[in-house]
Design a binder for this molecule. Sequence first.
Ligand code: ZN
Length: 450
Amino acid sequence: MLQSFYSLITARITARTTLRRAVFLPLAGAFIVALSTVSSLSAAGGGIEVVATGAEVDFPGNVDMSLTAQGDADIVEVRLFYRIVGSRIWAYAYPDFEPSNRITARLNLTGEVSGYLPPGAEVEYYYEITDSEGNMLRTEPSVVEYSDTRFDWEEIEIGPLTLHYYDQPDSRVRAVTRSLEFDLERLQKLLHLEPAGKIKGIIYSRRSDTLAAFPRQSRTTTEQQTFQGFAFQELSLFLGLGMNRGLIVHEAAHLLFGQAMGDGALSTPAWLDEGFASYMDPSSRVYSGNTLSSRTNPLRTMNSVTGTPHAIGAFYQKSLSVVAFLINEFGEPDFQQFIAQLRRGETVDASLTNVYGFNVDGLDARWAGEAPGAPAPAPSAPGSGNPSLILFFNSWLLGGLMLLVLAAVSIQFVASKLRPARNPEEGLQPWEDPDLWDDDQDDGEGPYER
Ligand SMILES: [Zn+2]
């Protein structure tokens, strides 16, 4: 995934530069993000010539593609091939035009991508133009970014992360950036990613601004303002609300953890992915296995996040606590070996056994303090012996965590529009569908209404 991402960057540099410049223009509404003539790749193009291509982004909902071409014979077919950067499969569509020896073909690309397309997603595309004599011309690939054109974005690079933001005080940006430099360095070292592949974060400043940008959430989750961020593994992209260190570290940890896993790993259980991302957030509060074990599900059942807010709260706390236990009790070198085993395609049970000498059930028992000679870790913060899941749930932190889980899911959701899922068994789980999440909790009695 990342390799394909990089191999495309060089070819796209011109279009990307054009995009960057356009993004900073203080224009409201639509603007041209890419407009250039395209050279011919095909010797079989006959007399077909591309006069101009354009890609005009007007967020939300519009990526208006246009192509003007002419030839000796009538142009009878134009096909637009496209794929979201990060996916491997190309799709195609037929822009509208009237056959003639000079045509302008148009198509709104977002109309072809059914479902959700996150702002910041980059779409690679090229055209095939055919005339009535069977000549065909294929243009060189270009890239258009589905930018959120409502705001004047600024950007800053922090290690592998390019952070896009607007309406943030310089002092705030500087303070968060200083912390993030440390956090991202730590992440890369722990994951043996030096250097890590590029990732992109898009930070919104107001919740109202996220309504058109974040994936659609259920009424209840929106009212509760549960979700603060979404990470999209295959796009190397995350969205977040607020210039917040913990949120950004958590999201970045998901993307970098995915890089460390590579393409050879089996699917990562949610307890490990979420636990690791939460562990890397320095503001996370870790509760002990003793405290949590009686109210949480067995670790072996925690491959995906369960559906109710209460269960999700417990899920995140246990995931964080277990990963903290692994790293704090046995050290980072062992955890790195564990990651390396997973990267080679070993199962979680085999990887744990090879490195630690116990499997998932053994880890669960030791974490809970039930295994001889392996006491549960002490709470990491004073006064944390009796955690309130409700308070935790209401904090921005948990919201961030939950969203992050959605990342892997949403990515797959987006990608499924353009290509077959890599693993057909990984269908949309109930917890991945916001509509199924917690409406049944919305009876006025749930503690999460507070
Ligand atoms: Zn997460």
